[in-house]
Design a protein. Sequence first.
Length: 230
Amino acid sequence: MDHEDPLIKLDNPAWWALNGAQKTFSIGNTRVKRYQRGVLPFAAFDTGAPESIGALNEWLQAGEIFFLIGQLPPLPSSWTIEQELPCVQMILASHIHLAGDAIPVAELTDADSTEMFDLINKVQPGYYEPATYRLGKYYGVHQQGKLVAIAGERMRTEQLTEISAICTDPAYTGRQYAQHLTAHLCNSHLDRGITPFLHVLQTNERAIRLYEYLGFTRRRTISFWKLKRQ
């Protein structure tokens, strides 16, 4: 793997993140892993040993909702598929240059965690948990002391960082906050030789067009599977 294209890891991003840059957030064994409960509801398995996927039951609670990314192997009978979410996986190779005045962007901290959780789950419910912000850096835009837009880092390997939780309070859309936050994050990664990537629902054509305008290119379509352990 060390001599292969690092983008290959994006075919199983949670697995490589949990075995590398984010292993401190990982629980599991050598074949299956998940993020710690409360951090991110994502699990992963070694695609070279798909028959081992049932071992995840040891780290799942009855009734728990979780996500797997990519092609599914045969699943344990105690799991049900709640939803398939086909996403466009996009990568960025060059810096983003935005016209107009810069927008003040602030790095968010533990003190902002409740406001971060509330905003993201207001706009994009179901994927962000109370401690998700611990996975990387998050930045926001404030108006009158209120957090109104946010973007941050989710899955990470040593050479790749996922840009996630890009959202704006509906009362503050149309002001290019999301574009400036995305540019701030992505440019800082590219400066350090890290490739930014993101996932956007295949049906969200407006967002896909925006990311293409910023310079992202489509790498592949990949499904996020929402599952439930009975």
